[in-house]
Design a protein. Structure first.
Length: 102
């Protein structure tokens, strides 16, 4: 579902070759499975024939709408084990990792 979340949070459309932290073959395989399941549609980038765009389908948008509240609730439940101070520390460290990864 992380792939769908990424697609969803970028206005429904990303350039696949830049949007995911995967080797091209692994990304292609995962996106193909999402397309085969009807969650996304793929179309070639007219400016760069090596790349393509993906967009959530109606089915993909419905799944995201149903799953996101469950995911947020899971995160809230998980964070109950940490004090407010520990949650802020975790948030700071995760931001640092995310900035390093990007």
């Amino acid at each position: 579902m992380a792939k769908l979340r990424l697609i969803s949070t970028t206005n429904g459309e990303i350039e696949a070759k830049h949007g995911l932290k995967l080797r091209p073959a692994a990304m292609t395989s995962r996106l193909r499975r999402l397309a085969d399941a009807g969650f996304i549609e793929r179309f070639q980038n007219p400016a760069d024939k090596r790349g393509y765009y993906v967009r959530l389908t109606e089915k993909g948008r419905k799944v995201m709408k149903d799953i996101i509240p469950l995911h947020i609730d899971n995160e809230r439940q998980l964070l109950l084990a940490l004090s407010q101070e520990d949650q802020h520390t975790l948030n700071r460290l995760l931001k640092r990792l995310t900035n390093h990864w990007a």
